[in-house]
Design a protein around this ligand. Structure first.
Ligand code: GLU
Length: 510
């Protein structure tokens, strides 16, 4: 085995920003297409993107699809779509190509085979002919004797004759990295965690290529990061224990490893590892519910990175300008959906001022998903949604709030039982609602001024406060006690629906 023994390899940390600029920054997101894009994955992808953009480098997407039983094309498509929706556009990747392609691991098997051969020839790896059954029997023996479950090393020193005999039996070899006698501490000099040491006792001769020729994660990941000239690997904490194994491969191949930064584990609001338990964990869920990508990115930025105290809202340009990997904390950030919703509300308000059509589009997505609007959406429907959005204004923290506060614009009224009890059960409610309907029963559009005049005239005629009409009318038209201005919503609902709902509520009332 070459280069074993001697001083431990130390992979030095980049000191200053200018040193970073001296290398060509290339980062990557190397997701496995086995499901939707998780917020943890998007979070890591975002820091890779920010770092690359900050340094004018390249951001690469690599698809780690070697687990063929779990990887699907559909999932790859969905992940890329969500990354693009977030605005993390990439310079190289499976769909856009690039000088270091292909960018899907299943299209790179010949490369892995080639470097595995180099390792075999140099003696850093060896062929292992053990069958899965033999390996399982070994593990069971170790378990029974309460010994660590490590590979026995049976195939470490096979002669050419022994290998031919195995081949003649029809066995196909896997390839193992010769690691058990590495004998030295491996040091990961992590940009976030500092120096992390891994004792050699825990290193096993792990398989880098299976007997069917497919590569294992740790091997393919190293070959690709090297060949794709990746300078910085920013990834989740769960990969920290893989890094010493990967560093051993870099060393065996005589390659300089990239710099590593292992992000902390994201926690849920219950301080346990983030999971479905506390709500949505896929970016797609937030997209469906009508969150804005810029709000998600701002929120991600503040998970683990604290550029300034007392400030939470940053534009993407500011984040790119200020991002420094050194500022990332080691402490686990909490994914707090309530905070995300608050932040989204800030961005929704801004979007409402700058471009209400965009907010309408976001809400339209929710309405379409809910089946309250159907494709193809007409220009009239679009304009209607935009009017609703303007009327609901600040109430819209996320797109799905259009259902919470404005569902009655798109479907029949669902009565809030408490509202009905309070305002429709009164003796005079039935008669008042009918009288208002009669007053409004005429031709032509209903303006909010005309709606207001009708309500006030009715109250004056009866000698009651206009509240006495307004409250039951609101419940009749919306099913709720609170919401946007009554006269405006009457104008938007239009005369026929207003009259019909007043009459229908009158039937229930009394
Ligand atoms: N395919 C790995 C994952 O999705 C990539 C890990 C890495 O970034 O090296 O977790």
């Amino acid at each position: 085995m070459p280069r074993h023994g001697g001083t431990p390899p130390v992979y030095t940390k980049t000191g200053s920003e200018s040193e970073v600029d001296a290398v060509t920054v290339r980062t990557r997101y190397a997701g496995s297409p086995t499901g939707l894009l998780h917020v943890g994955g998007a979070w890591a992808a975002f820091f890779n993107w920010l770092f690359a953009r900050h340094h004018g480098g390249a951001f690469v997407i690599r698809v780690e699809d070697t687990d063929r039983t779990r990887s699907t094309e559909e999932s790859e498509r969905a992940i890329l779509e969500d990354l693009r929706w977030l605005g993390l556009e990439w310079d190289e990747g499976p769909d856009v190509g690039g000088p270091y392609g292909p960018y899907r691991q299943t299209e790179r098997f010949a490369l892995y085979a080639r470097y595995a051969r180099d390792l075999l020839e140099g003696g850093a790896a060896y062929e292992c002919y053990c069958t899965p059954e033999e390996l399982e029997a070994e593990r069971q023996r170790a378990r029974a004797r309460q010994l660590p479950q490590r590979y026995s090393g049976r195939c470490r020193h096979l002669s050419a004759a022994q290998r031919s005999a195995f081949l003649a039996q029809g066995r196909r070899p896997a390839i193992r990295l010769r690691l058990a006698d590495f004998g030295r501490t491996i040091v990961v000099d992590d940009l976030i965690r500092g120096r992390v040491e891994f004792s050699p006792q825990h290193l096993d001769d792990y398989i880098i290529i299976r007997s069917d020729g497919s590569p294992l994660y740790n091997f393919a990941n190293v070959v690709d990061d090297h060949l794709m000239a990746i300078s910085h690997v920013i990834r989740g904490a769960e990969h920290l224990s893989n890094t010493p194994k990967q560093l051993a491969i870099y060393e065996a191949l005589g390659w300089t490893p990239p710099q590593f930064a292992h992000l902390p584990v994201i926690l849920g609001t219950d301080r346990k590892k983030l999971s479905k338990r506390l709500g949505d964990t896929a970016v797609r869920d937030y997209r469906r519910r009508g969150y804005l990508p810029e709000a998600l990115l701002n929120f991600f930025a503040l998970m683990g990175w604290y550029p300034e105290e007392d400030r939470e809202i940053y534009s993407l340009e500011e984040l790119v300008a200020r991002f420094r990997i050194e500022d990332l904390g080691k402490a686990s950030p909490v994914f707090d959906p309530a905070k995300l919703t608050w932040m989204n509300g800030v961005y929704m308000r801004r979007a409402l001022e700058a471009d209400p059509g965009r907010v309408a589009q976001v809400c339209l997505g929710v309405l379409l998903a809910e089946g309250l609007v159907a494709e193809p959406v007409t220009p009239e429907q679009r304009a209607y949604v935009e009017k609703v959005v303007r009327l609901l204004g600040d109430r819209l923290k996320v797109g799905e709030d259009i259902l919470t506060y404005g569902d009655f614009f798109f479907r029949e009224v669902t009565f809030d039982p408490a509202a009905e009890q309070q305002y429709l059960r009164r003796p005079q409610a039935r008669e008042l609602l009918r009288a208002l309907a009669d007053r409004l029963e005429q031709d032509g559009a209903l303006s909010h001024a005309a709606a207001e005049a009708a309500v006030r005239a009715l109250a004056a005629e009866r000698g009651i406060h206009s509240r006495e009409v307004i409250h039951p009318a609101r419940v009749a038209l919306t099913g709720k006690t609170a919401g946007p201005g009554l006269f405006e919503l009457m104008e938007l609902l239009g005369r026929p629906r207003v009259v019909a709902r007043l009459r229908a509520a009158a039937e229930r009332a009394g």
